[in-house]
Design a protein around this ligand. Structure first.
Ligand code: GLU
Length: 612
């Protein structure tokens, strides 16, 4: 099974004005989800109008004037191809043979080959290689065979699908409605007085409304301009679900004067951290207690979130003195045999929709494990499969490369870790209070890190942009900081960057080092510092150009390295995985910009990977 990330949006309104423009505005907010093609279907004066092509939103709208489309109903899609390469034909929406039913989908229909063969035999003609295209033809076929309502035909067709999907459908047969269904791919509903939205994520409609509700798995939605109806896909019983108001502000989903979302999100980190710290969540203590009582503790995550769980792993070992593993979600099988009712699983995810993680926790749950998650998006799939959730409160993150959510995830790990230290007695009252105070000062520390290092990161970027490879070295808990720094550089600047435990670098990587080769060292004043000094000397002896992320005032490191990012004093022993990563985010950002790449939309990547 696969998780894919495209952007979906649907709008039903009570007048015809500017629907094309609204669809484009909304999709722009979702473009982080995938961006190889763009398409829209609208019902304009009773006819189905489809405009689509391969390319990013800006490229397609340059060729096709989508913004001028008028209508009461429209659906739009940015695709992240899984079945069939990015092309005009494969771009969504897809239609039935009569061009009456139009469908967009996020996800993968696993039984599409069988369904497609059946439909081909029944005489349907396919115009794309996608799995999605079976859906409109299946609905058409049901309607050919029986005299039933469009809604009933759609439900029947969807009930035959296997795999993951969020689907939106419009049809000239009932031109004032959008029909939707979902399973394992996200779909949220936005409620405005004269207009209703469905979308993959809340930022799509945040400029129109903060009133939202969620569609859950295997539910069916009918949207009209005045309301919504949710049914259970199997029993067809009506489900009553009240809307709620989200606190995310529209401007939070815009660039607020920054050239890119990524830079804005780097600068938002102090705010994100203070929101997290301000909202004291009882689940933090509950999670710490359950970890402390558990026999086995497994952190599960993918991508950047995995690095944040290495802080969690370190703190569980240190404060609970318990064996604990941090596993990459797609490698869940490697620990599956030890998961049982004495195990707690701690999934960490920005979107709460990462498919690898969802599949792993569903399995762990079925084996009796408790699920204690840390997630940014409220109500997302992972949170619904969890016994306890700590929310990250980082707000929407649009840049594909995670920054503020990584910091928030790592902060949540420390928050749980401090509680573990208190519960286990590893931190006595004084220690606990001291660390809590320091924890509360993290937003201001991160602000100072940004202010003190942004100009330097831009300067180093002009040199790094000419390099094709680099190393990021650290020891102990900050190996994850080096991992995250290297990941940012390769994700957005496309410079090969390898992170390594510094002590291990002489067992291989050092062979690549030559004159002026970039090596970044994370050098907090903890027990790793002395040994790191030795590693810096080894690299320098081979001609490397060294960059240190170090505590302000550390003269020795300053003298032996070429460039230094300086972190305020006091955060080197504790919380260094939060403060020391920030200069490397900025260095990667400025390197990407110098190379002319778009840091918000790196090639081949999507923000939430909703495919396996
Ligand atoms: N599987 C569908 C396709 O490849 C949808 C992918 C997506 O979610 O964008 O067209």
């Amino acid at each position: 099974m696969c998780e894919v990330m495209c952007g979906i949006v649907g709008i039903v309104q009570n007048n015809k004005s500017k629907i094309g423009k609204q669809i484009i505005d909304s999709l722009t907010k979702l473009e982080y989800r995938g961006y190889d093609s763009l398409g829209i279907a609208s019902i304009t004066n009773g006819t189905l109008l489809i405009a689509k092509d391969k390319g990013k939103i800006a490229e397609v709208t340059e060729k096709i004037d989508i913004e001028k489309i008028e209508g009461k109903v429209a659906i739009g899609h940015t695709r992240w191809a899984t079945h069939g390469q990015p092309s005009k034909e494969n771009a969504h929406p897809h239609t039935d043979c009569n061009k009456q039913i139009s469908v967009i989908q996020n996800g993968i229909i696993e039984n599409f080959i069988e369904l497609r063969n059946e439909l081909l035999e029944q005489g349907h003609t396919f115009l794309s290689e996608t799995d999605t295209e079976v859906i409109p033809h299946m609905i058409e076929q049901v309607l050919r065979e029986e005299e039933i309502s469009l809604k009933e035909a759609i439900i029947r067709a969807i009930n035959r699908l296997e795999g993951t999907y969020a689907i939106c459908i419009v049809s000239t047969l009932e031109p004032d409605k959008i029909f939707c269904a979902k399973k394992d791919s996200p779909l949220v509903i936005g409620i405005n007085k004269d207009r209703m939205f469905c979308a993959s994520d809340i930022p799509a409609f945040l400029s129109s409304t903060q009133r939202v509700t969620l569609l859950h798995d295997e539910e069916f939605l009918t949207l009209t301009s005045s309301g919504y109806e949710i049914l259970d896909l199997k029993s067809k019983k009506i489900i009553k679900r009240q809307p709620y108001t989200v606190s995310w502000k529209p401007e939070m989903a815009q660039k607020a004067g920054f050239p890119h979302f990524m830079l804005k999100e780097i600068h938002e980190q102090p705010r994100a951290l203070s929101d997290y710290i301000r909202i004291k969540q009882p689940s933090v203590i509950n999670i710490a207690e359950k970890i402390y009582q558990a026999e086995k503790v497994v952190f599960l995550a993918a991508g950047t979130a995995h690095y944040s769980t290495l802080t969690g792993q370190h703190l569980v070992r240190k404060y609970a003195q318990k064996s604990c593993n941090s596993i990459i979600a797609s490698e869940y099988d490697s620990i599956r045999d030890i998961v049982d009712e004495h195990t707690v699983i701690v999934p960490v995810s920005q979107s709460g929709e990462t498919m690898d993680t969802i599949m792993a926790i569903k399995d762990a749950r079925s084996q009796g494990a408790s699920i204690l998650s840390a997630v940014n998006v409220i109500g997302s799939t992972i949170t619904r499969h969890s016994d306890e959730v700590v929310y990250l409160y980082a707000g929407p993150e649009i840049g594909v490369a995670a920054t503020k959510t990584y910091l928030a995830q790592t902060t949540a790990m420390w928050d749980i870790g401090l509680e573990l230290g208190r519960i286990s007695g590893h931190l006595d009252d004084n220690d606990y209070r001291f660390h809590r105070n320091l924890f509360t000062s993290l937003p201001s520390a991160v602000s100072r890190v940004i202010a003190a290092n942004e100009a330097l990161s831009n300067r180093i970027a002009s040199w790094l942009a000419r390099k094709s490879s680099s190393f990021y070295l650290a020891r102990g808990i900050n190996i994850q900081t080096a991992n995250e720094g290297a990941l940012k550089m390769k994700e957005i600047a496309y410079i090969h960057s390898e992170s390594y435990p510094a002590g291990e670098s002489k067992h291989g990587p050092i062979a690549l080092v030559e004159e002026d080769y970039p090596v970044v060292f994370i050098t907090p004043p903890d027990q790793t510092r002395k040994l790191i000094i030795g590693n810096i000397m080894e690299m320098k002896a081979r001609g490397a150009t060294t960059i240190a992320v170090m505590e302000k005032g550390d003269k020795e490191i300053e003298e032996m390295t070429k460039w230094q990012f300086k972190i305020p004093e006091g955060y080197g022993e504790k919380f260094s995985t939060i403060t020391y990563v920030v200069p490397m985010q900025m260095m990667a950002y400025y390197t990407a910009v110098r190379l002319g790449y778009s840091p918000d939309m790196p090639r081949n990547l999507a923000k939430a990977v909703t495919v396996l």
